[in-house]
Design a binder for this molecule. Structure first.
Ligand SMILES: Cc1cc2nc3c(=O)[nH]c(=O)nc-3n(C[C@H](O)[C@H](O)[C@H](O)COP(=O)(O)O)c2cc1C
Length: 399
């Protein structure tokens, strides 16, 4: 754990002083802590206090001459295994949610790929303000995580929700957080996106999958220390950072790519929406509009997960079920039939979940009969919850 770097961003609120204890606890827990303060935060507490407690230089001004020849906000953004912003002012939440990077803290947050935890603290009416709530929801949808403020008496004299979460809650959230690289050493293989089954050079069978769920799983696994290979059908999404991405078109190509990489994998997740059938024949030339009726014969594609399930050995195998009716019943059937350890079941008839939307709501069901429901949230959050579940129920169970 001593290798872990936590960057703590402190903004201008009364609760800034509480972070002295949080930084101290994180140091004692073995983390290397780097504090960035906004200029307004330094009205509330002197940077020297954090410098002494963290035993690292405290950054406030991004244009201050660096002690080393590096660009300070970039080097700190890269160094972070986890970013904590506490207390997070309404102002800072608004800036991050709207892409404003005009000081050391907001610029570093913008440049980091580390998970960001935000602990807001403010007057109850500020917290309940619709603009603040929209900014929070926007950030949540983008994968930023929040440590909710508590209800209680506020420094401004009001009573309500807005008090910074207690120091213990903040520290425990960090200790339990996935920055602990709980997938370190694991080799993960993930399929994502749709497949395309061509009828002729310009027409194909496919489905509306965009790959978002599989890509989110891949990037989260990478952040948690796994070595990740992503086998993706056609998707407009860019290759996730630090993930070996292999692009394919058809189910057959996806199957072959999986076979090529599966021996290396400890965990295989089939998140791709693989076409069950393909045309028997693929015309070399565009099919002309000649006959009134055109009969196509389709042939079954390999069932990738089922094939792997037959010889899975010690691997953890996770599948997805996209169902339009009786999702739990069909999900359970798939879990058993394909010899999976875990199935992620979603009802794709919901307009806000499943295919081609940014959100999802799923049920996780494993071989032990455990079930966990994840309510509507961003696919990034679903990915985090799926990995949390795998680590807790499938990896650590075997330890
Ligand atoms: C005494 C005092 C207490 C404040 N407490 C808070 C607070 O708890 N939360 C908050 O969002 N803003 C608070 N503010 C307002 C912020 O300091 C202000 O919005 C500032 O622009 C935030 O800057 P920063 O986000 O760059 O730190 C407080 C202001 C004062 C004068």
């Amino acid at each position: 754990m001593s290798q872990q770097n936590i960057v703590v961003g402190v903004t201008g609120g009364i609760a800034a002083y509480k972070m002295v204890d949080v930084v101290s606890q994180l140091r004692k827990a073995g983390f290397n802590v780097h504090v960035i303060m906004t200029a307004n935060a330094s009205q509330f507490i002197n940077p020297l206090t954090f410098q002494t407690i963290s035993q690292n230089a405290v950054m406030v001004d991004q244009f201050q001459a660096p002690s080393h020849w590096d660009v300070r906000h970039i080097s700190m953004a890269d160094k972070a295994d986890l970013f904590l912003i506490a207390p997070a002012s309404a102002n800072m939440i608004g800036k991050i949610a709207n892409g404003i990077a005009d000081d050391m803290l907001s610029t570093t947050v913008m440049a980091t790929t580390a998970p960001v935890l935000i602990a807001p603290a403010m007057n109850v009416h500020m917290y309940e303000n619709e603009i603040v709530q929209q900014n929070i929801n926007r950030l949540k949808a983008l994968g930023y995580q929040f440590i909710d403020p508590e209800f209680g008496r506020l420094a401004c004299g009001y009573e309500g929700k807005g008090r910074l979460a207690s120091n213990d809650v903040i520290v425990n959230t960090i200790l339990e957080f996935n920055c602990l690289k709980d997938l370190q050493g694991q080799k993960v293989l993930i399929t994502a996106g749709p497949t395309r089954e061509h009828l002729d050079p310009v027409r194909f069978f496919s489905n509306p999958s965009t790959g978002k769920m599989g890509y989110a799983l891949a990037s989260q696994a990478g952040k948690r220390g796994a070595s990740v290979t992503l086998i993706s059908g056609p998707s407009h999404l860019p290759d996730p950072k630090d993930v070996n991405t292999v692009r394919v078109q058809t189910a057959q190509q996806m199957y072959e790519a999986v076979l090529e990489h599966e021996c290396d994998a400890d965990i295989i997740i089939g998140a791709a929406a693989v076409a069950d059938y393909r045309p028997v024949q693929q015309a070399a030339q565009k099919i002309k509009k000649a006959q009134d009726e055109l009969t196509l014969t389709l042939v079954k594609n390999p069932d990738i997960l089922r094939e792997i399930g037959k010889h899975k050995n010690n691997r953890i195998l996770v599948g997805f079920a996209a169902e339009t009716h009786e999702p739990l019943k069909y999900g359970l059937e798939k879990l058993v039939k394909k010899n999976l350890d875990l199935i992620v079941i979603n009802n794709v008839s919901d307009s806000d979940a499943g295919f081609a939307v940014d959100t999802n709501r799923v049920v996780l069901m494993d071989v032990e009969g455990n079930e966990e429901k994840i309510e509507l949230t961003s696919k990034q959050q679903i990915a985090i919850a799926i990995w949390d579940y795998i680590v807790k129920h499938l990896i650590n169970k075997e330890a």
